[in-house]
Design a protein around this ligand. Structure first.
Ligand code: NOJ
Ligand code: CA
Length: 674
């Protein structure tokens, strides 16, 4: 009732302003709880917005607009023609986690502007949620604009201060970077999400939602305006940014604003800014754990290419299926199963219809089915999106015929057509085509070298997970990912959605293998290793949420390993998630529920920590049995990563524990009803 009242008063406010004699110039939108305020204004023809949280300025007045090829800059000479307010407060159900019940509660302000000299109409929609805002431009159907080319989007984000910031540098083709932790003034040109913390602990993160048929947005700092970004879209080969025709909508520009880091991770605002589900029957879409014939290639004991060290043989695949089937691992991806790996990087290199000579796809698919394991198809394209579009339909048909319903894609290489970029509009269209075509054939997607996650999984819930991060693989052939890396990802990259980071490497020092390691992607393998303890690897399987969650190590490192019981028990079909604590780059503890079981993952950066957690999320009056996988007393990611213990305990609602995390360590907990 209170909510209704506040939305009615907002509508009245807008009507009153529209009736003003000198014409409307200023519109104010409040979040449902009234803490966040968006102020839209046209000052001397220049449209701007500002964002406040209570008495604090979050975004100072920032300009809005475009440069179009035909009409030049559209960032001044505007007249505000009208405005309307709407509200939504609903709950919707997602087919899979990390939360299945999602509240969508926002107030909406629609603005109509006319550019005076060209007559072009531009609408801007603002939405204010309790934990952030979104806004998008729309070009309505009109006589003054049909087909158009955007040369630049001129959206500014003028932050109020030189905040502490976590970001990766902008790159048109890769998000596989180490995060920088600097003052905002050093974040000159970044990819999104960029996450910031102000001096009072307010957290702010800028990203985008519903990136469809548009170019990915990077953010560039203006030289003459401190702490101010302007949108910099990834270009086409011809230098233009976006090609479209009216009616047309841009993605949402999102600014999450929360009182602490944990709330940032719990936000569903980016998801809520996406359209509802377009797939009628989602019963075939199922989260699962998976293993892979994968790590061997990265550490160099096996090859993708056929030969005496080829990983994807029928025999080896059956060995993995046998283990997966016995240990509750739902899927298996097999890389190097097809022909073309010897030509990786060339045009039309990969053939997604023809198996390697020592791999019998039909036999393997039948064996997987008989053993209750989903064979996950792998399509590496080497970046040849053009060639892949020709093979897509027959290749997906083949999957359907074989009963294969999950697919890992990859774009490791420069894009064909040459000159296009992984994050430009050409590829955004391509990735979208993959998701929609896959949905038609009943296939779930795990995309590597993808476009950034922007909540598309709400509309296309077969878009399960994606990489778009410097994942586990970098530990196999580079200086690797430092302990803090996985403590930044939940507060940055993952605000867009699930991540296929691929945790679960038990042989963290990379020492347990019979075959020799042959470098394929590095000069020197001697220093390569994973920079965590074993217990942290388990914890990351809970923290780094992915509905297709990989256990990344070689099967030989799992056979008879007591810690594998955690992965065996883990059910990644989560109903609900809670972030119990967290600070960006420092530590995090996440609890996730699957049915009646809870799984908790807690991890720290280089620093040892004692973290207090309270089990107040459990059922009243119920007793639980707990297995926990903790760092041993002498564990240390650098010197003693294999030291861990498995302990049992019982638990009731409200119990309090102190989790002892070693430097670079973690803890993973399974909680089941007694
Ligand atoms: C890069 C992907 O991220 C990785 O998972 C895959 O193994 C290789 N490309 C080969 O497809
Ligand atoms: Ca990759």
């Amino acid at each position: 009732m209170k909510y209704l009242q506040s939305s009615i008063s907002l509508s009245l406010l807008s009507i009153i302003i529209l009736l003003g004699s000198c014409g409307p110039k200023r519109q104010v939108l409040l979040s449902p709880d009234s803490h966040i305020q968006v102020v839209f204004e046209v000052v001397d023809g220049v449209p701007t917005y500002a964002v406040h949280k209570d008495s604090k300025v979050v975004i100072k007045p920032s300009r809005l607009g475009f440069e179009l090829k035909a009409s030049g800059k559209l960032d001044s000479q505007f007249k505000l023609l009208g405005a309307n307010m709407e509200s939504e407060n609903t709950t919707w159900t997602a087919p899979w986690g990390p939360d299945k019940t999602i509240v969508s509660n926002f107030n909406h302000l629609g603005i109509r502007l006319r550019h005076q000299s060209t007559g072009i109409l531009i609408d801007i929609a603002f939405r204010a949620f309790n934990d952030g805002i979104g806004f998008r431009y729309q070009f309505p159907e009109q006589n003054n604009l049909g087909e158009f080319v955007i040369l630049d989007e001129l959206t500014e984000f003028s932050l109020a201060d030189n905040h502490q910031s976590w970001w990766i540098e902008a790159d048109y083709d890769s998000y596989e970077k180490l995060y920088q932790s600097t003052l905002l003034s050093e974040a000159k040109w970044v990819n999104t999400p960029i996450t910031m913390r102000d001096k009072d602990g307010l957290h702010i993160s800028i990203h985008e939602a519903e990136l469809t048929d548009y170019a990915g947005m990077t953010l560039q700092q203006l030289d003459d305006r401190p702490n101010t970004f302007v949108s910099a879209l990834v270009p086409w080969a011809d230098g233009s940014k976006v090609k479209g025709s009216t009616p047309f909508m841009t993605p949402w520009r999102t600014i999450l604003i929360t009182d602490n880091a944990a709330q940032l991770v719990e936000s569903n605002t980016i998801l809520n800014l996406n359209e509802p589900n377009k797939i009628d029957d989602t019963s075939w879409i199922e989260p699962m754990k998976y293993m892979g014939i994968w790590w061997g290639m990265h550490i160099g004991t096996e090859t993708w290419v056929e030969g005496d060290r080829h990983g994807a043989t029928t025999e080896n695949t059956k060995r993995y299926i046998d283990f997966a089937s016995k240990h509750n691992v739902g899927g298996l991806v097999v890389e190097g199963w097809n022909s073309g790996w010897d030509k990786w990087g060339a045009k039309d290199a990969f053939d997604h219809l023809t198996s390697a000579s020592d791999y019998d796809l039909e036999e393997v698919a039948a064996y997987a089915k008989a053993n209750n394991v989903e064979l996950i198809m792998h399509h590496e394209t080497g970046g040849d999106a053009e060639g892949y579009e020709l093979l897509m339909e027959p290749a997906y048909k083949l999957c359907q015929q074989l009963g294969i319903k999950a697919l890992k894609t990859g774009y490791a290489g420069g894009i064909y057509p040459r000159g296009e970029h992984h994050h430009g509009q050409y590829m955004v269209r391509h990735y979208q085509k993959v998701v929609e075509t896959a949905a038609k054939y009943g296939i779930m997607i795990n995309a590597h070298e993808p476009i950034k996650a922007t909540g598309k999984r709400r509309t296309w819930p077969n878009m399960m997970t994606r990489e778009g991060v410097r994942g586990m693989e970098w530990n196999a052939w580079s200086d690797g990912n430092p302990p803090s890396h996985t403590l930044i990802i939940p507060f940055t990259r993952m605000l867009g959605g699930p991540v296929d980071y691929t945790p679960g490497t038990f042989d963290v020092m990379l020492k347990n293998f019979e075959k020799e390691r042959v470098a394929w992607n590095a000069d020197d393998l001697s220093q390569t290793r994973v920079h965590t303890t074993i217990a942290k690897q388990l914890a990351l399987s809970v923290i780094l949420y992915s509905p297709l969650q990989m256990a990344s190590d070689l099967v030989d490192n799992y056979i008879d390993h007591p810690a594998f019981q955690f992965i065996d028990d883990l059910n990644v079909d989560f109903d609900e998630s809670k972030v119990l604590n967290g600070e960006v780059g420092e530590y995090i503890t996440v609890a996730r529920r699957s049915g009646k079981d809870w799984f908790v993952g807690s991890a720290t950066n280089e620093k040892a920590r004692d973290l207090e957690i309270k089990f107040d999320f459990l059922e009243e009056g119920q007793s639980y049995e707990v297995s926990y996988y903790a760092d041993g007393a002498k564990a240390h990611w650098l010197t003693n990563p294999d030291d861990y213990t498995i302990l049992k305990a019982s638990l009731r609602k409200g119990d309090q524990w102190t989790l002892k995390l070693a430097p670079g360590g973690g803890q993973a907990i399974v909680i089941k009803e007694k």
